[in-house]
Design a protein around this ligand. Structure first.
Ligand code: TXA
Ligand code: MG
Length: 349
C-alpha cells in the first residue's frame, strides 16, 4: 500500500483533503490524524473488519481495547448504556480534551473495539482536524496512538511515517501535537471511579470534579508486580530501541550518579545518551545530552518526551541514562511513561 501524506495548514484548512480521508474511513481504511495529545491511527469504530486492520498494522495485542473518538454528545448516547452523574460532570468539565471515559457499552459497539470487554472507552478530542474528520466520517473513530506497538507514541506525522509507512492509507499532517502525552483514562462505568492511565488531565484537577476518584496503584508504582486494570498498561511501552536507565532523587545526586555511570559506559566503548532537563543539561561531562524541557514547566517536558526518545534512536546510542521528574501535575503521567520506557530499570539515588 502506498501511504499518502497530506500537510494541512491549521490557519487555512483544506476541507477537501479531510473529506477524502473521511470517505476512506467510511470505506473501512486506516487514516492517521493529529489530536491535541498524540497522533491516532483511525478506523471506523463500528466496522469489525476495519478494527482488525488497526491491530494488524500496529502489531497490537488482541486483548488491548481501543478508544472511540466522537465529535458530539449525541454520538456518545448510542455507544453507551447510560451516562452516570460523574461521567456527565467530567464530560462537561474537560471535553473536548485529553480525557477518555469508560462506560458500559451498548450493543452497537463491536467487541473488536473493546477487546471483548463490556466497557467502551470514549474521548472527544479538542483538535479541529480530528473533530472535522470525525464529523465528516459520520462514525465514531476508533484510534490508538499511531505507533508500532511498544514504540513511543507519535507527536509528529514523520513519527507515524517511520513506524507505519505502507500499512495505512493516509496520514493527515497537522504539525506537532500540543500536549505530547496521551489522554487520562478514567473508569466511570461503576461506583468506584478510578484513573487507569494518568495523562493530559491531572489527578488534582479530576478530584475537583470527582472527589472520590482513586488511582489504579499499578500505574504509579515502580514495581512490575501489580496487575493493572487497563490492559494497555501491562505491556512494555514507549520504548526507545536502546536500553534505558532512570534515576530519581535529589537532582544534584542524580547528576552525580549519571556522570559516574557515564564515565564507566564511555570507558567500555558505549555510545551514551543522556535525557536531561534544562536545569541540568550543562552539568554532564560527555555523551549526547538532550533536554526534555524545564522542571519549572513540566508541560514542556510532556510535549517533548516522545520526540526525545525517538531522537535517541536516530543518534543510535547504545544506552540512555535519564533523569526522573517530580510526580505532581502532569509529572505523574510523565513518570508513568518514563518508568515504562525504562522497563523497570529504575534507581533511587
Ligand atoms: O490520547 C490518547 O488517548 C490517544 C489519542 C489518539 O486519542 N490514544 C491512545 O490510545 O493513547 P491507545 O490505544 O494507545 O491507548 C488506549 C488505552 C490503552 O491503555 C487501553 O488498554 C485503554 O486505553 N483502554 C481502552 N479501552 C479500555 C477498556 N474498556 N477498559 C480498560 N482500558 C481500556
Ligand atoms: Mg498507545
Amino acid at each position: 500500500m502506498n501511504t499518502k501524506i497530506y500537510k494541512l495548514n491549521r490557519e487555512d484548512i483544506d476541507y477537501g483533503i479531510i473529506e477524502a480521508a473521511a470517505e476512506e474511513i467510511r470505506q473501512g481504511e486506516l487514516v492517521a490524524f493529529p489530536t491535541e495529545t498524540v497522533y491516532g491511527l483511525g478506523a471506523d469504530g463500528l466496522n469489525p473488519r476495519a478494527l482488525e486492520k488497526i491491530f494488524k498494522a500496529k502489531g497490537r495485542p488482541q486483548d488491548n481495547p481501543l478508544i472511540l473518538h466522537v465529535a458530539d454528545y449525541d454520538q456518545v448516547e448510542e455507544l453507551v448504556q447510560f451516562i452516570g452523574e460523574d461521567a456527565r460532570r467530567v464530560m462537561d468539565a474537560f471535553w473536548p480534551g485529553p480525557i477518555t471515559i469508560l462506560f458500559k457499552k451498548s450493543d452497537k459497539v463491536p467487541y473488536e473495539a473493546t477487546a471483548g470487554l463490556d466497557t467502551v472507552a470514549i474521548r472527544m478530542p479538542e483538535d479541529k482536524i480530528a473533530l472535522e474528520l470525525i464529523r465528516r466520517s459520520k462514525r465514531p473513530i476508533a484510534a490508538p496512538s499511531a505507533n508500532l506497538s511498544g514504540r513511543p507514541s507519535p507527536t509528529r506525522a514523520e513519527h507515524v511515517k517511520i513506524d507505519l509507512d505502507g500499512r495505512l492509507e493516509t496520514i493527515l499532517d497537522g504539525g506537532s501535537t500540543g500536549i505530547g502525552l496521551e489522554s487520562t483514562v478514567v473508569d466511570l462505568s461503576s461506583k468506584e471511579a478510578m484513573i487507569l492511565r494518568p495523562g493530559g488531565i491531572g489527578y488534582e484537577d479530576l478530584r475537583k470534579i470527582v472527589p472520590n476518584i482513586t488511582i489504579d496503584s499499578s500505574i504509579i508504582s515502580e514495581g512490575e508486580d501489580i496487575v493493572p486494570r487497563s490492559p494497555g498498561q501491562k505491556y512494555r511501552h514507549y520504548a526507545p530501541r536502546s536500553e534505558m536507565f532512570l534515576y530519581s532523587g535529589d537532582l544534584d545526586r542524580v547528576v552525580n550518579r549519571i556522570n559516574l555511570e557515564l564515565e564507566d559506559y564511555l570507558n567500555r566503548g558505549y555510545k551514551v545518551g543522556i535525557m536531561a532537563t534544562d536545569e541540568s543539561k550543562d552539568r554532564y561531562s560527555g555523551g549526547s545530552v538532550i533536554s526534555m524541557g524545564s522542571r519549572e514547566n513540566k508541560e514542556t517536558i510532556a510535549h517533548n518526551l516522545f520526540k526525545v526518545l525517538r531522537d535517541f534512536d536516530k543518534l543510535e546510542v547504545d544506552i540512555i541514562l535519564a533523569e526522573a521528574v517530580e510526580k505532581s501535575g502532569i509529572g505523574t503521567a510523565i513518570m508513568n511513561r518514563l518508568i515504562k520506557a525504562a522497563s523497570g530499570n529504575i534507581f533511587t539515588v
